[in-house]
Design a binder for this molecule. Structure first.
Ligand SMILES: Cc1cc2nc3c(=O)[nH]c(=O)nc-3n(C[C@H](O)[C@H](O)[C@H](O)COP(=O)(O)OP(=O)(O)OC[C@H]3O[C@@H](n4cnc5c(N)ncnc54)[C@H](O)[C@@H]3O)c2cc1C
Length: 373
């Protein structure tokens, strides 16, 4: 029997397992090997509230806003992880959210005031200030919000190095789809398509799959799968240091160390069920890259070399961390919006719960108790 069974091997499950194994715990990760957001994501380290999210999920904005200090801490956590296991090609030069008219500037100004109240480092830049740091922007951009806490990394590098660290620590990886969980007086058990897995404690880091697993244990977690689209270009000469977003339109744009531009930001992909990779939608390729070329005209001549679709997870905007009500051996670890950014920090808090220290005071609002009947 293992000390800890981790269900889900994305960024949260992997870092949880590493942190536990470093303290001597015997850990097994069981993962369905389907639709991990962590292997499909864009590597943006988000802090400021994303305009896309505010438009799509207005009911969840309150939770996102309350989580802002957590995002600042999450990016710092990535910095520590990068020092220990990197390089992840992590760059923290800040993120720009662009405006094309006075209405968008007014939106950014209000948003910025709210963010500053939560300790986020934000300021408004006019066009001349932008020209000094981002001269490649299209002429229609009149200003932007700059969030100095934001950054970017290469998730391919981060995932590969973390997986290698996990293997060095002797963490076992199994591929299986877990169908249900059992919470026993002296242990926990997960029943999968291929086998049964018993451990002293369990961490549920199954993102979009979390709700289905906890339902039978009496807690309905509203985790939903959201299929999203991404593109990457060939390398180009334009040098883009910042993470780039827009005040009203869905886009994230950034450059890897290779010179390639990664373009995404929430364009839809076609859902084919939770255990099938979503299909790329042609309208999303065209719409997403056309918008990128408008914002950064100098990249309009370069070629997109790959597009893909992946599964994001949404619930109520906030992370879900801590023991499941009535089942102290089952610890939840599901990040809120921008879950790759939050992943390592969520993992650390979940580890505290597994080790019996409980949920840190500043994270109590993330407890799954909010979903208990
Ligand atoms: C296209 C795209 C771009 C994104 N870009 C960014 C970004 O730039 N920055 C950012 O911060 N976030 C981004 N995200 C979000 C981010 O990738 C996810 O929120 C994050 O990776 C979630 O990590 P996780 O470890 O919680 O879950 P995941 O990485 O999604 O892993 C969950 C794992 O659980 C497994 N699982 C689920 N149910 C079961 C079950 N019943 N049995 C066994 N295994 C199960 C799945 O197979 C999966 O491997 C993006 C997401 C997508 C899809």
């Amino acid at each position: 029997m293992h000390d800890v069974l981790v269900i889900g091997g994305g960024i949260v499950g992997q870092v949880t397992a590493i942190k536990l194994a470093e303290t001597g715990a015997r850990v097994v990760i069981v993962d369905a090997a389907q639709n991990s957001g962590s292997t499909a994501n864009a590597g943006s380290l988000h802090v400021q509230m994303q305009s896309r999210f505010m438009r799509l999920y207005p009911d969840q904005v309150r939770n996102i806003e309350a989580s802002l200090p957590f995002y600042v801490a999450a990016v710092q956590e990535w910095g520590l992880l990068d020092q220990k296991y990197g390089s992840f090609e992590l760059v923290r030069k800040g993120g720009l959210m662009l405006a094309e008219d006075e209405g968008q500037m007014a939106f950014l100004e209000k948003k910025m005031e709210r963010e500053a109240r939560h300790g986020v480092s934000v300021e408004l830049l006019d066009r001349s200030a932008l020209d000094r740091i981002a001269p490649w922007l299209g002429p229609q951009i009149i200003g932007a919000e700059l969030c100095r806490d934001e950054g970017k990394l290469n998730p391919l590098a981060a995932n590969k190095r973390l997986r290698a660290a996990a293997e060095t620590l002797g963490i076992e990886h199994r591929t299986d789809q877990i169908l249900r969980l059992e919470s026993l007086p002296d242990s926990v058990e997960a029943i999968g398509l291929q086998g049964r897995y018993r451990a002293d404690r369990m961490v549920v880091a199954a993102a979009w799959g979390a709700g289905a697993l906890t339902h039978d244990l009496g807690v309905t977690i509203p985790s939903r799968a959201e299929p999203l689209h991404m593109n990457i270009t060939e390398a180009c000469e334009t040098q883009i240091n910042h993470l780039v977003q827009h005040a009203e339109r869905s886009i994230t744009l950034k450059q890897f160390a290779t010179g390639q531009i990664v373009i995404g930001g929430g364009w839809a992909a076609r859902d084919r069920g939770r255990y099938e990779i979503p299909a790329v939608d042609h309208a999303s390729i065209l719409g997403n890259v056309a918008l990128a070329a408008q914002l950064v005209p100098s990249i309009s001549g370069i070629r997109v070399i790959r597009t893909w679709a992946g599964m994001n997870t949404t619930a109520d905007g906030a992370s879900i961390i801590g023991p499941l009500p009535g089942h102290a051996r089952v610890v939840m670890a599901v990040p809120g919006d921008a879950g790759y950014t939050l992943g390592p920090l969520v993992a650390g808090l979940a580890v505290d719960c597994v080790q019996g220290s409980g949920l840190a005071a500043e994270a109590l609002s993330f407890s799954p108790a909010r979903f208990a009947a």
